[in-house]
Write a protein that binds this ligand. Structure first.
Ligand code: SF4
Length: 215
C-alpha cells in the first residue's frame, strides 16, 4: 500500500499517460502525412479556429512555448506550405499567421472525431463529457494562475460567463454574449467570442463555479 499513488497523483499519472499516448499518435499521424510534431498540430488547431489569423505572440503565449521555439515551428510549417505570414496592417513590425488551403485541409483532418483525444472521448456520454469540460475549465484556470500559459479562451476566463445564473438544473450557466443559458456539456475551451474577464470578475466566477451545491 505504501507505494500506491494518492488520488491526485493517480489522476496526474492518468492524464500524463493519455497525453503521451495522444502525442505518440500525433507523431504517427495518418499514412498520408509525415509525422506531425505536437506544437505544429496545436498551431494548426488554433489557426483553424481563427480564420482572421493570429499574431505570433499570442500563439506562443497560448502554447506556452518561447517565441524562438514557435518561430522554428512556423518556419517549418511555412516550408511545408501549411501557413502564410503577412505583415499586420495595424503594426508593420508584427506578422499575422494564417492557414493556407493545405493547412486548412490538414487541420480538418486533425479534427476528425476519430483523431487524438477526440477519438478517446467517443465512448463517453454527455454527462461524462460535461464533467470533463468542467474539470478542464478548472485545470486551464489553474495553468494560467501558475503562469504556464496565457490567453486561453475558456468560458471560466470570460467576462460574459455567469456560472449558476441560468436558473435551470440542466442549463445552470449563462452566457451574456449569446444571451442564453447552457450546461456543462456546452462549456467552451476555445471560444472565438471570449473576452478575458478582469481579475475581480475572474475571482468571483471561479469561486462560484467550484461550488458543489450551487445556489
Ligand atoms: S462568449 Fe464564449 S467563452 Fe464567453 S461565456 Fe459565452 S460561450 Fe463562454
Amino acid at each position: 500500500m505504501s507505494n500506491e499513488l494518492r488520488p491526485r497523483e493517480q489522476a496526474a499519472a492518468g492524464l500524463e499517460q493519455l497525453a503521451a499516448l495522444v502525442r505518440a499518435q500525433a507523431w504517427r499521424s495518418d499514412a498520408s502525412t509525415s509525422p506531425l510534431p505536437p506544437t505544429q498540430a496545436q498551431v494548426l488547431r488554433m489557426l483553424a479556429a481563427a480564420p482572421q489569423g493570429l499574431r505570433a505572440r499570442p500563439l506562443s503565449d497560448r502554447l506556452s512555448v518561447s517565441p524562438a521555439s514557435l518561430s522554428d515551428s512556423l518556419k517549418a510549417m511555412e516550408a511545408k506550405g501549411w501557413i502564410r505570414r503577412t505583415l499586420d496592417l495595424d503594426d508593420r513590425r508584427a506578422w499575422v499567421v494564417r492557414l493556407s488551403r493545405a493547412g486548412r485541409n490538414l487541420a480538418a483532418r486533425l479534427q476528425r472525431p476519430g483523431q487524438g483525444m477526440a477519438g478517446l472521448l467517443q465512448g463517453l456520454d454527455d454527462a461524462d463529457v460535461g464533467a470533463l469540460l468542467r474539470v478542464s475549465q478548472l485545470l486551464v484556470a489553474e495553468a494560467q494562475r501558475q503562469g504556464m500559459a496565457t490567453g486561453l479562451r475558456t468560458c471560466l476566463g470570460c467576462r460574459f460567463f455567469r456560472p449558476f445564473a441560468g436558473g435551470n438544473a440542466g442549463k445552470p450557466h449563462f452566457c451574456d454574449f449569446i444571451g442564453a443559458a447552457f450546461g456543462d456539456a456546452e462549456l467552451r475551451t476555445d471560444c472565438a467570442e471570449q473576452v478575458p474577464a478582469d481579475d475581480d470578475v475572474l475571482a468571483v466566477n471561479q469561486e462560484r463555479f467550484r461550488l458543489r451545491n450551487p445556489p
